[in-house]
Design a protein around this ligand. Structure first.
Ligand SMILES: [Ca+2]
Ligand SMILES: [Ca+2]
Length: 200
């Protein structure tokens, strides 16, 4: 066995790992839930995190903590796009769900949520290292089939081609939710384009 492999096996398996779990796709105007999770190899006594997001793309509607035997506080700022999280636990937290976050998507495109670890200690107040990370969610605009960020004549043509059978069925074009892409859906996107209706 090489020295490299010996060194590799002598290293600890992992440290303090935070991660996000949940949806990675939604529509403009839609909400989505993600869970902040922890997987640590030691009990954590204090956790201070800064969660940042682009406020023109995302708004945090709700944050609920799931930690027991702990003091947990949050400071949400949707104007600047952050939520600061502070958790103190005497008995220690090791793994599982920390919090549920509910976001509203307000702009189409890829939106990034960054989790930055400001402070982390074990239950004896020794500092620990944690890894900051990003989470990306894709926000689609309903009716924007060619992905240019707006509903335009090209998108209306796309639906028209489906209606006449020149393009295959696309469930995202079923605006009236009747299981088919038909003339009713084509009328809806055409009305939306010219401003007769304001929602698809
Ligand atoms: Ca478009
Ligand atoms: Ca339909």
């Amino acid at each position: 066995m090489s020295l490299f492999l010996l060194l590799f096996f002598a290293m600890p398996v992992h440290g303090q790992v935070f991660y996000l779990e949940g949806s990675n796709q939604t529509n403009v105007g839609g909400t989505f839930n993600i869970s902040l999770m922890l997987d640590s190899n030691v009990d954590l006594g204090a956790i201070q995190l800064n969660v940042t997001f682009n406020p023109s793309a995302l708004q945090l509607e709700n944050l609920t903590f799931s930690v027991s035997n702990a003091i947990a506080e949050k400071n949400v700022n949707n104007e600047l796009g952050y939520v600061k999280i502070g958790i103190i636990s005497i008995s220690g937290i090791r793994s599982g769900k920390i919090a549920d976050l509910k976001f509203k998507a307000v702009k189409s495109g890829n939106a990034t949520i960054n989790i930055s670890i400001e402070d982390l200690t074990d239950t004896k107040n020794n500092p620990l290292n944690g890894k900051s990370f990003n989470y990306t969610i894709y926000i689609a605009l309903k009716g924007d089939f060619n992905g240019n960020g707006l509903v335009d004549i090209g998108d209306v043509a796309y639906v028209a081609y489906i209606v006449v059978g020149k393009l295959p069925y696309d469930e995202n074009a079923d605006f009236n939710n009747n299981g088919r892409v038909d003339i009713g859906d084509l009328a809806k996107i055409a009305y939306y384009l010219i401003g007769k209706i304001n929602q698809l």
